[in-house]
Design a protein around this ligand. Structure first.
Ligand code: SAM
Length: 277
């Protein structure tokens, strides 16, 4: 919408006033990696810098979407979940969480949360039916503001099982922003039978994973995007991991849509899903 508004010279809506086209946006870089059109030159340059180090960077983003679709399908079709909070939802893309979930069970309610104003603007345009799905602008670093938001209180019955998705977001928190503490506070909010999904880039120990982490940091996406498996398994403390556990995205109950499934680069993005007893 922003590019279209710039073209027409119209006044942008309030949520887009803050959009800075000179600064990298995580949501827009990810959109570009997935082949989307809602990005600016600065985002495309960041993606190009990543691809210089790891040409398979777009593959990692695509495999993460495959993992997300498989996990949401599991949650709704097998685990009977009908409420999903997707934090760091990103820009709308092919196979959005509400589309995957509501194709299986149309009554599933989905709350999208992101701190990038561009996500809110695009989400509002996409979501014609706000009875079951909505998008709010809030920050994972302040979970209270998410769960006490009037839209969260309207859509999510916190006494019934719900799933929280943290796809590709904890990686953008710095150590001092305490991603483990944030994950713990989300786990505390889950009722029995609730689920937590986490996926992030991973420091596999390979030189190129560390190089890619450096490029992420230089692009302003966070200095600790690549944490090790040992660091990330702690996000699930006290929960029961669903098989096959915390694994490269291409190995989590893969469908036939994973691109280049044997590519070793997949080890650099891992994900898992766990249930609260
Ligand atoms: N969850 C989607 C997925 O896994 O495909 C999108 C992941 S994208 C890499 C990360 C998203 O998290 C971006 O849209 C970004 O704006 C959002 N984000 C980053 N830090 C955040 C924060 N502290 N609070 C809320 N959203 C955040």
């Amino acid at each position: 919408p922003l590019e279209r508004l710039l073209d027409t010279g119209q006044e942008p809506p309030p949520e887009l006033v803050d959009v800075n086209t000179e600064e990298v946006s995580i949501a827009r870089v990810y959109d570009y990696c997935l082949g989307g059109k809602d990005n600016f030159a600065v985002d495309r340059a960041a993606c190009a810098a990543m691809m210089e180090v790891v040409p398979e960077t777009p593959l990692l983003a695509q495999a993460n979407r495959c993992f997300l679709r498989q996990a949401v399908t599991y949650l709704v079709a097998e685990a009977g979940i009908r409420q999903i909070v997707d934090i760091g939802s990103g820009l709308p893309t092919a196979g959005n969480v509400h589309e995957v979930a509501q194709e299986i069970a149309p009554e599933t309610r989905v709350l999208y949360v992101d701190n990038d104003p561009i996500v809110l603007a695009h989400g509002r345009a996409l979501l014609a039916n706000e009875t079951t799905t909505t998008v709010i602008n809030a920050d994972l670093r302040h979970p209270d503001m998410i769960f006490e938001h009037p839209e969260a209180e309207r859509l999510i019955d916190a006494t019934e099982p719900f799933a929280v998705l943290l796809g590709g977001i904890l990686m953008h928190l710095e150590d001092e922003e305490d991603p483990e503490g944030v994950a713990a506070s989300i786990r505390d909010r889950l009722p029995s039978g609730g689920y937590l999904l986490v996926s992030n880039t991973c420091d596999t120990g390979e030189a190129r994973a560390q190089e890619l982490g450096r490029v992420f940091a230089e692009s302003g996406m966070g200095t600790r995007c690549f944490r090790t498996w040992d660091e990330q398994i702690r996000y699930f403390d006290g929960l029961e991991l669903i098989e096959p556990g915390l694994v490269p995205n291409n190995r989590w109950r893969p469908g036939d849509d994973v691109p280049d499934p044997q590519n070793p680069a997949h080890a650099m993005h891992i994900g898992g899903l766990a249930r609260k007893a």
